[in-house]
Structures are given as C-alpha cells and as structure tokens.
Design a binder for this molecule. Sequence first.
Ligand SMILES: [Zn+2]
Length: 342
Amino acid sequence: MTLSIRAASAWLGPGRSIENAQVVCDGGSITYAGPATPIGDADEELTVAGFLMPAVADRHVHIELSDPAAVVRGGVTAVRDLAWPPERIFALADASEMPSYRGPLVRAAGPMLTGHGGYPTKATWAPAGTGRELAGPEDSVKAVAELAARGATAIKVSLNAEAGPTPTDAELMALRDESHRLELPVTAHPQGAGQVERALGAGVDELAHTPWTRLSDEVIESCAARMRIVSTLDIHSYGRDTPEIRAAIDNLRRFHAAGGTVIYGTDLGNGPIPAGIHTREVLLLRDAGLEPEEILQAMVRAPLDLDAPADLIALGRSPLDDPAAFDDVRLVVRAGRVIVTR
Ligand SMILES: [Zn+2]
C-alpha cells in the first residue's frame, strides 16, 4: 500500500524547508521525501494546501489518563509513557503496534522506581503498581532487568523528596549501572532541594520535567553538558502566570543557551493538558528561547528521511512563522495510514 502526499510547503527536517514537496510512503516507511516529482502511481494520492512536516512525539505522557484516539487525531503519533503499572502499559505498548489500535505508538518506562512508600505510591492519580519500591541495590538491578525484558525504552526514577522517600544512593547507582549496561536511558523526576544535583551526581541521562525552582548557573551548565530535559512547562501554569512557570522558563532558557538538549513533552494525563499537539507548550518553548526550527526538532518523532517512520502531519500554515498553526491540524498519517483528513 503506497501513499503519495503533495504539499505547497514542507519541513522535512533541520535545514530542509522546501516548496512543492512530495512524500511517498510504502507501508510504515518513507520511500521518498523531497521536491514534487513524477514518481509512478501510488495506491492513494493526496494533495494538501498547507504545510507538511513529520508527526509529533510526546515524550512524557500517562496515556491511560487521556484519550489515545484523540491524541493521534491531534497530530501526536508516538508517545512515551513515563509511569504506569507494567502489566497494563507494556500490553498497551504491544497493542499499539497493531493497525487495529486507534491511538499513537506507545513506548513506555513501566513503573517509576522509588523508595519505600515514596512517590508516586501514595499519589491520587497513580493506580497501584505505578511506583515500584526498591529494596536494596540488588533489587534495583532486578527491577531494571525485568523492565528491560518487558520492553521498557527508558527507566524512570523518582527523586521526589517532597512526597516521600527516594531510592538510596546505592540503589540509584545500581539502577543507573544496570540501565546503562542494557543501553537504557535513566530519566528522573527531581523535586525538593538538592535533587537535581543528586541526579547529576548519579549520572542520570534526562530530567522528565524542567525543574521549577531556580537552579544556579553552575548546576544548569552541568545539566546542559550531561542531560536532556523533557519540557513539561505548561503543567506549571495551565495558561496562568505562576512563580513555578517563571522559574521553569528561566531554568530552561539558561539550559538551552548553554547548549542543552530540550525535548518536547507535556505530561499528558496530569491536569487539563489537551490530547494531541499542545500549542501552549510550544509557545512556552518559544518563551524559553528556542528558535522555531529548534522547536520542531524537539517535537517531531523523526525527520522525513528514507526509511523513517511514515508518520506525518499537515497544518493549515507554517508553524515556523506562527506556533498557533498547531491548532489547525489538517492531516495525520501514522505508519503510512491516513488517520485524519480535514
Ligand atoms: Zn508524568
């Protein structure tokens, strides 16, 4: 099943904005992306008046707290779930690979690894099993190995000292070592004095949230050199002006200016975050100093290259000129199948 899409303009990846674009998909992969060309007949041909680009990945969600079908209809074709009971989320991740599944591709960390009675074991949003309490360094290794065997694509650790005990330093080192041995990134939820510094010291690869209390320039520079940050800015504001959103934007602005890698993520499922591309998160990334093309890079699942996933969206106009363009999703293609045309 081949699908050909022509568009007035497109962004195929960094530095690759073109007019009169064409993308051809065969099954789940891209077989051509570039200027419009008289390629042989496709099974299905579409022409969109607007702007074509790769579909979006949201790399911090809790998908079962949202509506997966609405997520994909809103232009997000892949998500990474960062805390949910393993028996539920890995089954969903497997199901999401089937054409019958109506949501985005789901990748998952499984439960958050935490201290005894630690976050999120008592959190009201979290069903039983969303946190896995560690019982020593050997248990840390066992937990990571089990999650890796089940298909985890990251290991999430709670460093939320405001909501209960966190893993001990020995547990943290052990889970980091085992994760890295298995080539899995460790992503942390740091909250409370000194926890970002602790994540740095432990060699954590990623912060699952932009920290929302002010970090020193020295800490920011160390983070920029050694970690990625998943943005999740709007959960600190939901459109309002709060001390937390001001601090988070200030932290992310300095992190980005110091060369740190920012990844788009919304913490979908946490409060009133809408399913699909969240334009207000995009506007906040702009407030944090990311250039329009840097924002697209942070958001997309993968550039439109040969053999890349056939996940695309079309918007009414270019988001490089105006991020509000993300409110006008006209086409969504996931794994080479047209999910939405408007
Ligand atoms: Zn979360």
